[in-house]
Design a protein. Structure first.
Length: 228
């Protein structure tokens, strides 16, 4: 699902010291998508960091370069140092190649001239950035899943090697006992033991063929791999 199709509004932290310009941004975004954007406005980096500290649930940050106290670059460096990875779009009064290079080095997603705020360029840029971030998150999650599966498969190989011989010996012992006590009233117990051995062997096979790291509830807050 693209950001355009998202049901909940996109939360935007706008860092801008000019009240009139901040109002313009908010007015235009709400006009473009009345239910699509939720804007929180802060006038400087200090207030913005406090807002992010209270709630990290922002989809994107719109940041003016010229801010009181710390400028946009300094605020961005501070956020990255604090491991705040919310995507950032810079807003400036004019295009500056050196500044654009600096903000891109910091991982800023995009760079817009303020006069573009009253055009469809701003909402389009916001939505494109959100979609790119979601794609990166999905790829990161996929990479983590693949690494977990590799680790699980390595563990399964070791477990299989460790229990293969004991399982074989146990099955052999059960068969020998069953033959010795064939005429006694123990058959139901041997059937239960054989069924449980078969169940263990089947779980090992499923572990070896595992294609996902999906888990299911087990006991209280403990989860186990889904081998169904």
């Amino acid at each position: 699902m693209s950001a355009m199709e998202s049901e909940s509004p996109l939360r935007i932290l706008l860092i801008e010291d000019n009240k009139d310009f901040a109002k313009l941004v908010e007015t235009f975004l709400r006009k473009h998508g009345p239910e699509q954007f939720e804007i929180v406005w802060r006038q400087n980096g200090t207030d913005a960091r406090a807002e992010l500290g209270e709630s990290s649930a922002f989809d994107i940050i719109l940041m003016d370069y010229f801010l009181p106290g710390q400028n946009g670059l300094e605020v961005t460096r501070s956020l990255r140092t604090e491991n705040i990875r919310t995507p950032i779009i810079f807003l400036t009064v004019n295009k500056d190649f050196d500044l654009a290079l600096e903000v891109m080095k910091l991982g800023v997603e995009d760079y817009l001239v303020k006069e573009e705020v009253s055009t469809p360029v701003l909402p389009k840029t916001i939505l494109n950035v959100i979609d790119r971030q979601k794609l990166r998150d999905q790829l990161t999650a996929l990479e983590i899943t693949e690494r977990r599966l590799e680790a699980i498969q390595e563990l399964v190989v070791k477990i299989t090697d460790d229990i293969r011989v004991p399982l074989h010996a146990l099955r052999k012992s059960v068969d020998e006992l069953a033959n010795v006590h064939m005429k006694e009233n123990f058959s139901q117990y041997f059937t239960i033991i054989r069924d449980n051995l078969a169940r263990i062997e089947m779980k090992v096979v499923k572990l070896k063929e595992l294609k996902t790291d999906k888990t299911v509830p087990y006991i209280r807050d403990i989860r186990m791999l889904d081998l169904s």
